[in-house]
Design a protein around this ligand. Structure first.
Ligand code: DX5
Ligand code: ZN
Length: 224
């Protein structure tokens, strides 16, 4: 049975007080850091210097989600920053296999993300190159959007392929995860859950994490 991980997204945190915002989620499995370049997505957040500072002070490992064009060129420097995992978008990488290998060679886990309308099938042969597959459950770019149920069949197909391959690839979902939608995503086969507004929009983020974890774990156990 896969382990249930809750990775809060700091996109919904107070960017002026990142260090104390990180302390509020110290019971999380990792912190999800959304890097956006206003090119691959229509929004701009933060880049390498800020990620390096977060890496220096965070009580939990960093799960970096790069929503940037030309990932082949820019992603390796994030692995060099010592973060636990770097996820690039399949749609933004010219040579995803080469890039995944480069990230691993630089000491981070390799993740690859798919936008809601990107099929998983063309990438199934490269599962062995990845530590994590991120299935976006909203169009990337903004927090606070509603979970897209149309992504559930893709999560199911990805889980079946992972189980069939015998390779331990984590399946992450990102966007619109709440105490309600986490159950559907977990039943479909996801085991790593990103939650921005559901954690930082809660008056007690640590408690929100525990509730999400309990709901996710229960659904994973039931579908095992
Ligand atoms: C959206 C980002 C998400 C975002 C999720 O493009 O990749 O990580 O922070 O926010 P919620 O949980 O509010 O949908
Ligand atoms: Zn994200």
């Amino acid at each position: 049975m896969s382990q249930c991980c809750i990775n809060p997204s700091i996109l919904s945190a107070d960017f002026v007080n990142l260090e104390s915002e990180l302390q509020r989620i110290s019971n999380a499995d990792a912190v999800h850091v959304d890097v956006m370049d206003n090119h691959f997505v229509p929004n701009l957040t933060l880049g390498l210097p800020v990620v390096q500072r977060i890496q220096a002070v965070s009580p939990v490992p960093l799960d970096v989600h790069l929503m940037i064009s030309d990932a082949d060129r820019w992603a390796p420097a994030y692995a060099d920053a010592g973060v636990a995992s770097v996820t690039f978008h399949a749609e933004a990488a010219m040579a995803p296999v080469k890039l995944a290998r480069e990230l691993r060679a630089r000491g981070s886990k390799a993740g690859m993300a798919l936008r809601p309308a990107t099929a998983v099938e063309p990438y199934l042969d490269m599962l062995g190159e990845l530590d994590m597959l991120l299935i976006m459950t909203v169009e990337p770019g903004f927090g606070g959007q509603s979970f897209l149920d149309m992504t559930l069949p893709k999560i199911r197909r990805a889980r079946a392929a992972v189980e069939g391959s015998g390779i331990g690839v984590a399946i992450q979902v990102d966007g619109g995860i709440t105490e309600e939608t986490i159950t559907r995503a977990a039943e479909a086969g996801a085991n790593v859950f990103v939650a921005g507004s559901a954690v930082y929009g809660h008056q007690d983020p640590a408690m929100a994490i525990e509730r999400l974890r309990a709901a996710g774990q229960a659904a994973i156990a039931q579908s095992a």
